[in-house]
Design a protein around this ligand. Sequence first.
Ligand SMILES: [Zn+2]
Length: 207
Amino acid sequence: MLSVGTLAAAAAQPPEHVLVNSDQASPAVSAPKAASAAAAAPEDQDKDEPAEPGHRKPCPLFMSCDDEDLSEFQCMVRKQIEVFEAGKEDLEVNARGRNRPIIPGQVGIRCRHCKVVPPKLRQRAALYYPSKLDRLYQMSQTIASVHLLEYCQHIPADDRNGLIKLRQIKSAALGGKKYWADAGRALGLIEHDKRLFYGKNSAVKDD
Ligand SMILES: [Zn+2]
């Protein structure tokens, strides 16, 4: 059973209480701003506009409440993947005939281990730009099974072996794409013109 209650509770807190394993210290977020953003219901967020590009540091997909609803394998996958805003070097891949160009501030998901490699030189399935929140799940599964388990040249052996081991453990169907979409919303993501962005109304994690 999917519990959205946990996510709702997570969304009701400032993001620094939700996100763990971030390699950056979370800056203080002013409480009223975070609270008003978190209080926005999904319907309100649908009307939200994309925030100005370039405001947020990459953050892990994983949230502490994931443990309650997702298998160990899925939690570990989420720890290897981070949410990022497309920057200048990400836009350079546009030249290679994408049918929908990446635009500044557009949000994607990527392997956190090879983000040091220029985007166009990364191995297969290292990053994706989901068009909708409910694509987060499937694209992350592809990053896991194709990139993390096979192609990534930067993932530490311990992490890869951990993923291989956990994947073999059969667990009841947990989470699923609705959970991943709800978790994306809790991170402040919105859908706009078939792309994902951080919403203007989501708490800003400026320096
Ligand atoms: Zn990688």
